[in-house]
Design a protein around this ligand. Sequence first.
Ligand SMILES: O=C([S-])c1cc(C(=O)S)c[n+]([C@@H]2O[C@H](COP(=O)(O)O)[C@@H](O)[C@H]2O)c1
Ligand code: NI
Length: 376
Amino acid sequence: MILWLNPTTGVSGDMLLGALLGLGAPLDRVRAAIEATGLTGWSLSARQVQVDGIAATRAVVEVDDGAAERHASELLERASRAPEPIASTACSAIRAIAEVEGGLHDRDPEQVHLHEIGGLDTIVDTVGVAAAVHELGVAEVRSAPIALGSGTVRCAHGELPAPAPAALRLLEGAAVIGAELPGETVTPTGAALLRALGTRYSPPPAMTLGPTAHGAGGKRFEQRPNVLTASLGEPAAGGSPMLLLECNVDDVTAETLGHVLDLLLEAGAADAWTSPAAMKKSRPGHVLHVLCHPPDERALTEIALAETGSLGLRRQEVSRTALPRSISTVTVDGHPIRLKHGPHRTKPEHDDVAAAARALGRPLREIAERALRAAG
Ligand SMILES: O=C([S-])c1cc(C(=O)S)c[n+]([C@@H]2O[C@H](COP(=O)(O)O)[C@@H](O)[C@H]2O)c1
Ligand code: NI
């Protein structure tokens, strides 16, 4: 699924979350991901509102937060408790904020003191958006240029120019356009989320357009309704865009390679594998391959580089044709077995078959056949 954004009055974490909830991301699943961080004293609801005549969804985020400032490491520790791949996306956004603030304040990113950006609402915004994107099955995020306001914004640092310095650094590489809008239109959290989602800036891609929703912003502008427009679309025939990330390694153990493959798959890689290669100085080595959706690129690159110690990684845009599939569940002697249905065949999930075979003390093949028979 492609998520297409039209930020004609900019973007903030809660506008993005409101738009995704308006598109149908299930609120209970989004709340469950935030719950998993162990955060207490927070609430998230979706309110239907009218913004200058446009029906929009406001994500209402409330947190009990007495702290005036906080280290990024505390936010990272909490966000990392969310299930994967949600944790990786949320941590990638928080890490980007920390790196930019560290650069601005000349401090170590994890130890830099964050003021408003370090509020606990940042956990709700980042984990909430990452969960909503995951629930909607978004494989790619595209955006029109982001409208930037002007003037100043008041915050804990005093009066800052708008766009704020942190937001501008987080937007490096993004398409932007000046708008006659007073004050701040892009918050650092909104910019960090677009970055963590691997957003690409272009006209709407070729797709079959699905639903559209609007995420309501908190401020009111004279010029236009303060909403973030978001649409979902199915990629046009001819395959969906994916990325193939690769690096060559000749100095890691087989245990490390197995471990990194597990981590990459847990973090949302569509596939991850190695192939043997004869490398420089006649050394036997491996090529690590990772196939992924563009929004997962940043998180997966970090895992691959951190775990292998490689100093670089190649990326290629590839196109993948994926057949439609659906999942149903049958039981064999009380043991649930998921069946994956494609256009050409139905296949029992191996992990479920193996678990049932072990529990029942029966051969794998017998359980798989019985699962298929149970499907009729
Ligand atoms: O909290 C900090 S350190 C902070 C730094 C900056 C800089 O640009 S530097 C800006 N702000 C402003 O705080 C609010 C909150 O942003 P969210 O992303 O949490 O919504 C916003 O107005 C920033 O411009 C805070
Ligand atoms: Ni600060």
